[in-house]
Design a protein around this ligand. Structure first.
Ligand SMILES: C[S@@+](CC[C@H](N)C(=O)[O-])C[C@H]1O[C@@H](n2cnc3c(N)ncnc32)[C@H](O)[C@@H]1O
Ligand code: SF4
Length: 451
């Protein structure tokens, strides 16, 4: 039996979410361009790729928001940005000698749901010029239910969207007031119904725990409403309070935030609730119906983790377009310029707007694999690590055995040549994973709370 209170008290509040390894704070200027040029010169021509498009605009500013986005009520800056986004895609198309198969496309933000129909059509045209889009291409988009108008649904059809992710966060009016995000259940239900009507049947809902004024009872009420909307997947993220990075989070009264243990109890209650409602727990913060592809991948051990969270996407290459977007290849991670104006200026000059990056050493690759398997499967088998990396993997087995031997709380155990996080300690997977992070310094304030 794990003493959750003791674990929370003993471990630093701040641990990476491991949507990449090395994590984004390790990316360095200059590295990105070198990596990107190497990738484009030696592009895996016959392999499918996945693409992430970032839309850094919203027509509301939620105080809890940790995303790279800008509040604007005018469409002109969005339209200008989209012109540059299309130019960036065209710059890549001109550099690539091939037109790779697009396996999956994700539009994130910000709020891509504020794009107008003609811009969705134009984006699709640019993408189709650079990539082969086929009927099996999965196209997903993040939707803020307050954006929706008749034009949006035509836009989604024009773009060929197959999966939608809807932001809910919490339905309680007091919590909504504390995070500046009014959104009724009825409004959200209408969006879900409209999406299903146009044939987008694969739906995800995002909810949060650890929000100001949130209680387990309020969260439960939100989850009941979400369950009634019958999504295929749910993401339940812990609110990351990082006001030293996201200044608008200072609008949130810290006295209203639940304590660490209360947060933990909210997450535990929510996980139980969703599993009782028929969802399978996936990794640390996702839930999916048993027939959903994410559930099947979790069972098969083929789940992956990237900047969008848990995914079935197994492409070796992901290209990121738009300000701040992150791409990945065998060589490492690349990140575009974050500031929208500078990003646009770079594209204007006909240059790829890549700035930061992290080239992966063999040590990084092995640690990245171990951390991804721990975050996805809660276990890492050193026999399969050795068959993947050969003798180079041997020292990591000893590291794992030592980690388990030093663990006072029962967060992991080593046996049968595998390190395993028991069911009761899964909420602490980030802490166990951090044991393999060569860059992690305990107590740094750049990450969010471990649970
Ligand atoms: C790009 S946003 C959502 C899309 C859309 N703009 C919306 O708000 O509905 C993606 C998700 O990130 C999560 N998120 C945003 N800020 C967060 C924070 N500070 N901590 C944890 N999750 C956060 C929210 O659950 C949100 O739905
Ligand atoms: S939560 Fe969504 S709508 Fe709100 S500011 Fe963030 S990205 Fe924009």
């Amino acid at each position: 039996m794990i003493d959750h209170k003791a674990v929370l008290a003993a471990h630093p509040a701040s641990v990476p979410r491991y949507t990449s390894y090395p994590t984004a704070p390790q990316f360095r200027e200059g590295t990105g361009a070198v990596l990107m040029n190497a990738l484009l010169d030696d592009f895996p021509a016959h392999e499918p790729v996945s693409v992430y498009l970032h839309i850094p605009f919203c027509d509301r500013l939620c105080w809890f928001c940790g995303c790279h986005t800008k509040y604007t009520l005018k469409y002109a800056p969005v339209k200008t940005y989209l012109g540059y986004l299309r130019r960036e895609i065209e710059l890549y198309a001109a550099r690539l000698a091939v037109r790779p198969h697009l396996k999956s496309l994700h539009l994130g933000g910000g709020s891509p749901s504020l794009l107008k129909l003609q811009d969705m059509v134009a984006l699709r045209t640019s993408l189709a010029g650079a990539f082969q889009i086929t009927p099996d291409t999965e196209i997903s988009i993040e939707i803020d239910p307050s954006d929706t108008n008749d034009e949006l649904y035509d836009g989604l059809v024009a773009l060929g969207v197959t999966r939608a992710s809807i932001g809910v966060q919490d339905f309680d009016p007091q919590v909504q007031q504390a995070i500046n995000r009014p959104q009724s259940f009825e409004q959200t239900r209408d969006v879900v119904q409209r999406l299903r009507k146009i044939g987008i049947t694969s739906l995800n809902i995002d909810a949060l725990y650890g929000l100001p004024l949130q209680t387990s009872a309020r969260l439960r009420d939100t989850l009941e409403k979400c369950r009634d909307l019958d999504p295929d997947r749910m993401a339940l993220f812990g609110y990351a309070h990082i006001p030293w990075i996201k200044k608008h989070q200072k609008m949130i009264q810290e006295a209203d935030l639940p304590g660490r243990y209360e947060r933990f109890e909210q997450a535990r209650m929510a996980s139980k609730f969703l599993q009782n409602a028929g969802y399978r727990a996936i990794g640390i913060d996702h839930f999916a119906k048993p027939a959903d592809a994410l559930s099947k991948a979790a069972v098969a051990g083929t789940l992956h983790r990237n900047f969008q969270g848990y995914t079935t996407d197994n492409c070796r290459t992901m290209l990121g377009f738009g300000a701040s977007s992150i791409g990945r290849s065998d060589g490492g991670y690349v990140q575009n310029i974050v500031a929208t104006g500078q990003y646009q200026g770079c594209v204007e000059q006909g240059q790829l707007p890549v700035l930061k990056g992290a080239a992966l050493s063999l040590d990084d690759k092995i640690r990245s694999h171990i951390i991804e398997r721990l975050m996805c499967d809660f276990s890492i088998c050193f026999t399969s690590l050795e068959s993947k990396f050969g003798e180079a993997a041997l020292p990591y087995r000893d590291e794992a055995a030592q980690l388990a031997a030093q663990d006072r709380f029962g967060l992991c155990s080593f046996s049968g040549n595998a390190l395993t996080i028991p069911l009761s300690a899964r909420a602490f997977a980030r802490i166990v994973a951090s044991g393999f992070d060569a860059y992690y310094t305990r107590g740094t304030a750049q990450y969010s709370q471990a649970v």
